[in-house]
Every structure is written in structure tokens, then in C-alpha cells.
Design a protein around this ligand. Structure first.
Ligand code: ADP
Ligand code: ASP
Ligand code: MG
Length: 407
């Protein structure tokens, strides 16, 4: 008997009608003789509206209490699905994160899973129950409720699949698989039948929100096959698995974008040892993750330093830098929130040259200015003006031969 973890995202459980459809699919899998654990998101839009409510209640809501509030979204859907399954005469039971014992660190709002005990799940499965788990939530060692960051129910599902050695983790969403670019932006995007963990890690870290990056990390570490598919059709989706020799090794296998970026420039910084540490240490201490950094050396012993941070952290990072600029004698600080990062990704890039020049000349032909560049063995990212994001995605997708001309 195989164990299948099925995770349903917000659009798949957006209302009672859809929850009933989910119940039917879960029941069908159960009737085929499998053990089933279902992991749910909140109804689409609910997490956003809970956040909005919290920021109306308090200017800077307490992080612990915010997680208590956000966890209610997933509590609602898991209770409703378990009720529907029970009314269909299926043995089902819902469990919240702390009941599953999803133990996390204490980083409210972005907690990391440290351990999953899952004793209660195992007992329920042994009695042939369908277990319905509230995703996105866990608890710290003292029992405080924590949440795993936006999109975190993917990570709940894969981590539970790893803890219970499931045969597969199915991620049901509103697209029918992983595409070469976001299919809602690039109409010529092609569906991939399989993708390696490594490529998916890069796509997720560079903006493809179809899987939360940490879920791919868990899948890779514990070798859990992940099947991303649509909850609205029976079609096979995309398998995320270990790279193997049978895989098509495209030079570029995907184009991603990330609009959640902002950049900060410090102008005319004294070019001396220790300056970078003075600029970045307070940012790190504030828990802000810096992504790209570039430094241009000027002739007069001065340098301009530009870096990017997540848009949500922009205001805090900018205020910190204004103080630092005064301390270190920088001339000025500028900020820009209207930027986006577009990236091309592919394991085949390792053995090919010319990818960067194709990327730069393609953007140049459209008059899209590149503000920053970063590269690794299997990806190249450029920061461009936000208004060019969609255009950049489409022309790069086409330039690297990824277009599906049937669509
Ligand atoms: P869920 O609520 O089911 O977790 P998400 O909105 O988090 O769904 O993720 C699905 C969305 O991811 C799709 O609607 C699509 O717009 C977006 N997406 C971005 N990049 C890709 C990609 N390369 N392939 C498929 N979907 C992508
Ligand atoms: N409900 C949470 C969110 O909207 C978690 C998830 O959907 O994965 O981010
Ligand atoms: Mg998601």
C-alpha cells in the first residue's frame, strides 16, 4: 500500500464547491487503496486579508499574535474538508500543525521546520484514516504557533512526505505543471514533463512561486518525488526529481521573474577597507536578506555601491542606510522600488558559452536597460525596470528557443 501526500493550494480550496471537488479526488485516491495525507492552504485571498486586518488593528502587529491569526486560514479549510469527507462516510480527521508536531524555530512569520514527530498521523493512518493537515503552520518548542512564510504549505506537504517516507508528494494548483516561464505571463510557455531538483531550486529562488523554495530543498534532501499538477483536470503534470542521464539537457530550460525586489545605492562611499562590513552588518542584523551587490570604483578614491533587498524590507533598509551614509561620509543614498529581476536558468549552461551575450543582446534589441547583473554556473539574472518585465520574459523565452509555437 503506497502513501500519497496531496497538497491543495488556495485556488483549489477557494470555496465550498471546490472543497467538495477536492474531497472527491481524495476519496478516489483512498478508494484505490492508497493511504492519503492531505495538506491544505487557506482559501485564496484569506491570508492576504488576515494580514490586512492585522495591520488595521495595529500599526506594527506583534509577530507572535500575527502567526496565531494567520494560522486560522488553514485551520478553516482543513476542518471543512474533514467535515465533507466524514459526511461522505470516509474516515477522516483534521490535525493542526502543533498536533502533527511540526516543530520549528521561533522565527515568527518565516519559521524553519526543525523536526516532524508525526506520531498522531501514523496512528491515524494505521487505522486507515484520511489525515487532513493544516499547512503553513507549526509550533516552536514552547508550543507557540509559527508560520512558514508565504507559500509555506508546499513546504509543510513535502516535509511531512519526507518524515513519513511517502511514495510521492502531489502539489495540486491552478496551473497544470511547471512551465518554461510563468504561463500566466508568457503565453508561449511550454509545460515540462520533468525537471530536476536543482533547476527547480533555482527557478523557485528566482521568482517562480509555483513551489516554495524550501519545499524543493526538502524534496531534494530526502529524495521525495514531487508531482505538480492541476486540481481542475486529470492530466499528468510535472515531476520534480533527481537529475538523471535520460533528462533533456537544455542550455536554458526556464525564464523567471521576480518583482519583489528593490535597490539601494550609496553614492561616493570612501573606498577603504571595512566599508562594506559597515554597510551590510546592520542590514544583516535587522534580518534583511541582501541579494545582488555591485560596486563601481571611481577615480577619486570613492566608490558607488548598489544592492537589492526584498521590497517588503525596502523602507527599513533605506532608513538604516541613511544613518550609515552619514557615519561613513557617503555623499547620498538613493532607492528604487520599480525594478524586477529576470533570469534564465539551465543546467546545460555549464557546458555552453554565449548564453550571457544572447541574453544581453536580446534585451538591448528591445531597448531594455540592464541595471545589475549576477551569474552562477546555471543561471544569469539581470535587474531591469519593472515595466519591462513581461516584455523581457517574452523576448528571452523566444531567443532561447523555448517558445511553444502550437499555442
Ligand atoms: P497555490 O495557491 O496553488 O499554491 P501559487 O499561486 O502559489 O498557487 O502558484 C501557482 C502560480 O505560480 C501559477 O498560477 C503561476 O502564475 C505561477 N508560476 C510562476 N512561474 C511558474 C512556472 N514556471 N510554471 C508554472 N507556474 C508558475
Ligand atoms: N496561505 C499561505 C499563503 O497564502 C500559505 C500557502 O498558501 O501556501 O502564503
Ligand atoms: Mg503556493
Amino acid at each position: 500500500m503506497s502513501l500519497i501526500v496531496q497538497k491543495y493550494g488556495g485556488t483549489s480550496v477557494a470555496d465550498l464547491r471546490r472543497i467538495r471537488l477536492v474531497a472527491k479526488r481524495v476519496a478516489k485516491t483512498y478508494d484505490q487503496g492508497h493511504n492519503v495525507i492531505v495538506v491544505l492552504s487557506a482559501m485564496a485571498g484569506i491570508t492576504d486579508s488576515l494580514i490586512e486586518m492585522a495591520y488595521t488593528a495595529a500599526e506594527s502587529p506583534d509577530k507572535r499574535e500575527l502567526d496565531v491569526l494567520l494560522a486560522t486560514g488553514e485551520q478553516t479549510t482543513s476542518a471543512l474538508l474533514a467535515m465533507v469527507l466524514k459526511s461522505m462516510q470516509y474516515p477522516a480527521q483534521s490535525l493542526l500543525g502543533h498536533q502533527v508536531e511540526v516543530i520549528t524555530n521561533q522565527c515568527f512569520g518565516n519559521a524553519r521546520i526543525m523536526d516532524i514527530k508525526a506520531g498522531w498521523i501514523q496512528q491515524l493512518l494505521a487505522d486507515r484514516n484520511i489525515v487532513v493537515v493544516a499547512g503553513f503552520q507549526g509550533c516552536d518548542e514552547r508550543g507557540n504557533i509559527t508560520t512558514l512564510g508565504r507559500g509555506g504549505s508546499d513546504t509543510s506537504a513535502v516535509a511531512i512526505a519526507a518524515a513519513l517516507k511517502a511514495d510521492v508528494c502531489e502539489i495540486y494548483t491552478d496551473v497544470d505543471g511547471i512551465y518554461t516561464a510563468d504561463p500566466n505571463i508568457c503565453e508561449k510557455a511550454r509545460k515540462l514533463s520533468v525537471i530536476s531538483y536543482e533547476e527547480m531550486l533555482n527557478m523557485a529562488s528566482l521568482g517562480a512561486r509555483v513551489l516554495q523554495i524550501r519545499s524543493v530543498g526538502f524534496a531534494k534532501k530526502y529524495n521525495i518525488p514531487v508531482h505538480v499538477r492541476s486540481s481542475f483536470s486529470e492530466e499528468e503534470g510535472t515531476m520534480v526529481v533527481n537529475e538523471n542521464s535520460g533528462m533533456e539537457r537544455l542550455v536554458v530550460s526556464g525564464v523567471t521573474h521576480d518583482k519583489n525586489q528593490a535597490r539601494i545605492t550609496l553614492k561616493k562611499v570612501p573606498d577603504q577597507p571595512g566599508i562594506a562590513a559597515k554597510i551590510f552588518t546592520p542590514i544583516t542584523k535587522a534580518g534583511i536578506v541582501v541579494d545582488m551587490i555591485i560596486q563601481n570604483t571611481r577615480a577619486e578614491g570613492q566608490t558607488d555601491l548598489t544592492f537589492t533587498v526584498p521590497k517588503n524590507d525596502f523602507k527599513r533598509a533605506f532608513e538604516i542606510q541613511q544613518k550609515i551614509a552619514q557615519q561613513i561620509g557617503a555623499e547620498d543614498v538613493f532607492g528604487d522600488e520599480n525594478i524586477a529581476k529576470v533570469s534564465v536558468i539551465g543546467v546545460g549552461m555549464k557546458d555552453h558559452s554565449g548564453v550571457a551575450s544572447t541574453m544581453f543582446s536580446t534585451l538591448a534589441r528591445e531597448n531594455i536597460n540592464i541595471m545589475m547583473i549576477s551569474t552562477s554556473e546555471i543561471r544569469i539574472s539581470c535587474i531591469v525596470e519593472e515595466k519591462y518585465t513581461e516584455l523581457a520574459i517574452r523576448v528571452l523565452h523566444s531567443a532561447f528557443g523555448l517558445d511553444d509555437d502550437k499555442s
